[in-house]
Design a protein. Structure first.
Length: 458
């Protein structure tokens, strides 16, 4: 057992930011602070409010440390986000929001130089979802500011820089549909050399590297021990995957849910990934390529369920199943397995609020099952994050895949994995309820009806 027990995990998601205190002895969260995370929609382009996040982080660390002494800090963030800093570690330009479509204005120029999917495992994505496209647009649009860049950092390591004063990069964020990393060579892609960025890339360190102690001024501000170590950190979906890599026998898959629903297959069936359907190659915290697929399921749920009851009765569920009330993809276009298809309802005239919630839950599960199929997933599927608490989602996912689904008990799936960076233990990860495929043929009939309708709709 590591001497470090209570780990403060800074978890910056696209919708919410959290600081969780994880007890490594029990592999559980014992305290949590949370704030909404909305970009600033102001000049020079929509960007992340890093100063509000910084204040939240420091206040949370101070508050949590008063309740239980923090032994170490780890960091995890969403992907598709990078930071340009000068020699003093200050921002050269605001941290661009990846949903901003500015990079699309240089799409033709960028497409002419970006590496092929076979080199990077990165599909071509819209707006700023390819981090290379972001950096390319920033260099062309703001050449004077870009020229002051001393280091290009991935988002988790930006926060590590602010905590320790030390710059680094790490492979899970570099390998997350950025165009910047070759997962097969474990090196920067040809794009980085083509654009002359290699000298600007901060050194690549392991996710579990101790970058250094917290800066003295921050120790004084938060009350933390000045020797509190800060770990390099990693991409959030890969944080969800890490506990399973350390404890589970392949084949298995992990579905990390939040703003994005990211499906990752370990030891699955050999299958050729389809870049046109938002499949990609992630890089695990152990440095290995991981077939993955995703869609913006959390965002879709927020849009579809806004101001609606998040519950339903057994009769609502039965009505949706028997009447084949179907929601077809995609509510959020531009990404996911059906990126160019507009959502539509079938057999849903007069649908009640409870029935609507059930149909939405089933839709999200069937989209997830599609993602798992596209990456050759096999064995049990563990669902991490908020969707693990939706019994309709996990039940339909089991029915659609025909395999066991495990609903993770962790309130924040990413926090346990990020905390494990501070530990040498390889202990079984607390699983949660096991859901087997429904024996009732009405569930299988619903799955078949949805798939047939989607195929016809396509």
């Amino acid at each position: 057992m590591s001497a470090l027990r209570h780990i403060a995990v800074i978890d910056i998601g696209k919708t919410n930011a959290k600081v969780a205190l994880v007890d490594l002895m029990t592999l559980s969260e014992v305290a949590l602070r949370r704030m909404a995370n909305a970009p600033l929609r102001q000049a020079p382009y929509p960007h992340h409010d890093v100063e509000a996040l910084w204040t939240f982080i420091l206040n949370s660390l101070a508050s949590l440390n008063r309740e239980q002494r923090i032994d170490a800090i780890s960091i995890t963030t969403h992907g598709a986000t990078g930071v340009l800093v000068d020699a003093a570690g200050e921002l050269v330009l605001p941290v661009l929001d990846y949903e901003f479509d500015g990079p699309d204005r240089l799409a033709a120029d960028y497409d002419a130089i970006r590496p092929p999917f076979a080199e990077t495992g990165t599909p071509r994505l819209p707006a700023g979802l390819n981090l290379g496209a972001q950096f390319f647009w920033l260099e062309k649009r703001f050449p004077q500011e870009f020229a002051r860049t001393s280091a290009m950092l991935m988002y988790p390591q930006y926060w590590a820089l602010r905590l320790t004063g030390l710059g680094a990069n790490e492979v899970t964020s570099l390998g997350c549909h950025t165009d910047l990393w070759n997962p097969w060579a474990a090196d920067f892609s040809s794009l980085v050399d083509r654009l002359g960025w290699r000298s600007l890339m901060a050194p690549v360190r392991p996710a579990r590297a101790r970058l250094g102690p917290i800066l003295p001024a921050l120790a004084a501000r938060t009350g933390l021990n000045p020797r509190t170590p800060v770990f390099c950190g990693l991409h959030d979906s890969n944080a969800s995957l890490l506990p399973h890599l350390l404890s589970d026998a392949p084949p298995f898959s992990v579905v990390s849910t939040g703003t994005w629903v990211v499906s990752m297959a370990v030891g699955g069936k050999g299958i050729e990934l389809d870049a046109a359907r938002d499949t990609l190659v992630n890089v695990s915290a152990l440095g290995d390529p991981v077939p993955s697929a995703r869609f913006m399921g959390g965002r879709e749920f927020s849009v579809l369920a806004a101001d609606k009851p998040l519950d339903c009765s057994g009769s609502d569920v039965l009505a949706v199943l028997t009447k084949k009330m179907l929601l077809l993809p995609s509510t959020q276009q531009g990404s996911g397995p059906f990126p160019h298809h507009a959502a539509a309802w079938l057999n849903a005239d007069g649908i009640s609020k409870g029935e609507r919630f059930a149909a939405i839950s089933f839709y999200l599960a069937l989209m997830t099952a599609t993602c798992l199929e596209l990456i050759g997933a096999d064995g049990p599927t563990t669902v991490e994050g908020p969707f693990a608490r939706n019994r309709l989602f996990v039940g339909m996912l089991a029915a659609a895949t025909g395999r066991t689904v495990i609903a993770s008990e962790a309130a924040t799936g990413t926090s346990i994995g990020a905390a494990l960076l501070a530990s040498n233990q390889i202990a079984p990860h607390g699983k949660g309820e096991r859901i087997e495929p429904q024996p009732d043929p009405i569930w299988a009939g619903y799955v078949s009806a949805w798939r047939a309708a989607v195929e016809a709709w396509r």
